[in-house]
Design a protein around this ligand. Sequence first.
Ligand code: NDP
Length: 265
Amino acid sequence: MTPALFAIFGDPVHHSRSPLMHNHVFKRLGFPGCYTRVHLTDGTKLRKTFFDLGLQGANITVPHKEAAYNACDEIRGFAREVGVVNTIINENGKLIGYNTDADGFLFAIRNFENVNDVLILGAGGTARALASRLRQEGKSVHVLNRSAGRLAPFADDGFATMTWDDFTPKGYDLVVNTTSAGLEDDSLPAPEALLLPLLQQSRYGADAIYGKVTPFLALCADNGLRAIDGAEMLLGQGVLANRFFTEERYSAESIEEVMRESFAF
Ligand code: NDP
């Protein structure tokens, strides 16, 4: 049988562990699939590239998750609420978009206790998905971003929003870095003068970036926060995406068990 082809689109994309995770699951569970990386600079070319490559499904990473929403014929589930897609399935020539990041993040923080007030750093696609999902869970969500432009849709949606200029640090139960600061460089997601008093008064930290101790995570540790990197979120979103890729042939539990093995590679 010809294997079904899958890919992750992003810019940058070389850091992505998704090929390792999904290929390992395909192999261990006996699914005829093959998953690769596609470096895509222009998000408007996503749909054409998807079909040109003959893909059956894809994940989308920074900075194309909003472009992915526009590339789809139909959006299902939570992605409809947030306008952000990280998983696409080819259903008989139609592209169906889903968002698995938000539930992946809830999976990642499942052992954090009494989290009510959350501060999200960044206002991109990931921030949007997390903010909406956390609010659905009854959390009070605040969003802090470097520039005002991308905050507008959050404010329109009723979130408390702030730029660095109008932020007064206070304590939160959880501070989440969804910016790409620290991904390719050693920068903090906000000036240290703001982050220090913020983290000194906060309880938990989480970074969406995985596979490295970012300057944000290091600062969390220095200030006594219990903090996690994005690996569990990556696992959580990957399990849900893999269920779509494999047409729900396998349980989430069996995919999780096998996908977790790939984190040791
Ligand atoms: P976007 O490009 O949509 O958004 C990026 C945001 O980061 C913007 O708000 C931008 O601010 C801000 N930003 C970028 N650089 C800096 C900087 N140097 N200092 C401060 N703010 C900065 O990205 P995504 O939301 O798609 O992804 C964000 C991060 O989350 C990526 O690192 C990605 O790898 C990670 N991620 C991890 C997942 C996982 O499973 N672990 C899943 C999804 C994402 P501005 O508006 O001012 O430009």
